[in-house]
Ligand binder design. Structure first.
Ligand code: SF4
Length: 360
């Protein structure tokens, strides 16, 4: 849908909108651990770290991880000097582990190729691992006060409502981006980017926008038409397919369980797992035990939702004293917290230990 060109979209009106939002932000900004005090510009390192963590994860969940990371690795050089294992382990529970691998790779690139200083342009930032268009714009705006257009889910919602963009997503993205770009001011673009995000997170809420508290309520076309709550129009949801696999819980009789490191690339790359066979969508999952031996079904299914599919792991148990295969280790069961196990595998561990307790 085209945005009509009229006085409400004039340069002056856009400036007035940005000014009203910045005034609102000065009074109502969220206190977040990665933000600098009002009037100060934050260091690029915490901005970058928080933006990577905030990809796919809400601010409330990111807070404790962010604090732990900056306490342990206070600057990009310290993070670059850490091992990938340490970073993956500290990342446990945040999910989408490719972010942690990219974080580590980007820290090493900044430390070794840029003298420990982050590039200050969108193009320069995009050259680093794990930084796409959105993250580059957010870092450029917030850390370097560049006039970059930052469009995340919150901003999409606010723009679709403010300009009454009724085209369903994702087709509406172009109009939304152009509306967002037109509103971005030359002055304080970093604060402005954070202000729109805050407005979406605290006032222009997905189901019930609090229009009475909004600095844009007088200009908002979605509100005027009484349809704000239904914007942006989402495409119909597709059911996620189910993939099934078998996980093998093997103990060695000395309080240790067999864990395997997943390949570096692909889903959960570099993380540890309770060894599992292939995850398949059609037909029964193939048996692929990591060691020779007798395996018994535990009668427990670990279920975990990923973005594009749901995983169901049927758990088998067995005992073996054999040598661990090359990509595996025998891990002490009472020290499993020290291993980078993704949430799906923690569910397997919980179920296996509960089943074992039942038998004792
Ligand atoms: Fe969102 Fe309401 Fe503000 Fe419009 S007036 S931007 S719908 S909170």
């Amino acid at each position: 849908m085209m945005i009509r060109k009229d006085w409400r979209n004039s340069g002056e009106a856009m400036e007035a909108k940005a000014g009203a939002l910045l005034a609102w932000y000065d009074a109502h900004r969220r206190e977040l651990p990665w933000r600098a005090p009002p009037g100060e510009r934050p260091e690029p390192y915490p901005v970058w770290l928080s933006e990577i963590m905030l990809q796919q994860t809400v601010a409330a969940a990111v807070g404790p991880y962010f604090r732990r990371f900056v306490e342990r690795w206070p600057d990009v050089g310290a993070l670059a000097a850490a091992s990938l294992d340490e970073v993956l382990q500290a990342w446990q529970g945040l999910g989408y582990y490719a972010r942690a691998r990219n974080l580590h790779a980007a820290a090493r690139t900044v430390a070794s190729q840029y003298g420990g200083r982050f590039p200050d342009s969108e193009a320069g930032l995009r050259a680093l691992p794990g930084i796409g268009a959105y993250t580059a714009a957010a870092i450029a705006a917030i850390a370097f006060d560049r006039r970059a257009t930052v469009v995340d889910g919150n901003v999409e919602r606010v723009m679709a409502r403010l300009f009454r963009i009724e085209t369903p997503l994702p087709a509406a993205k172009k109009a939304i981006r152009s509306a967002a770009a037109g509103l971005t001011p030359d002055t304080r673009p970093g604060d402005y980017a954070q202000a729109v995000m805050d407005l979406g997170a605290t006032v222009c809420l997905p189901r019930r926008p609090r229009c009475g508290a909004c600095p844009w309520s007088g200009a908002c076309r979605g509100r005027a038409a009484g349809i704000a709550g239904s914007l942006p129009v989402k495409p119909p949801k597709r059911e996620r397919p189910v993939r099934r696999g078998i996980a093998y819980w093997t103990e060695d009789g000395a309080g240790r369980v067999l864990l395997r490191r997943r390949p570096e690339t692909g889903l959960l790359g570099g993380m540890m797992e309770v060894p599992s066979g292939p995850w398949v969508e059609d037909g029964p999952p193939p048996e692929a035990p990591p060691l020779e031996g007798a395996w018994a079904p535990l009668g427990a299914l670990a279920r975990h939702g990923f973005t594009h599919f749901v995983l169901e792991l049927d758990i088998r148990t067995g005992t073996s004293a054999g040598a661990a295969p090359e990509d595996c280790v025998w891990a002490p069961i009472d020290a499993l917290d020290g291993y980078a196990l993704p949430t799906a595998m923690k569910k397997v561990v919980r179920l296996a230990l509960a089943g074992r307790d039942r038998l004792i």
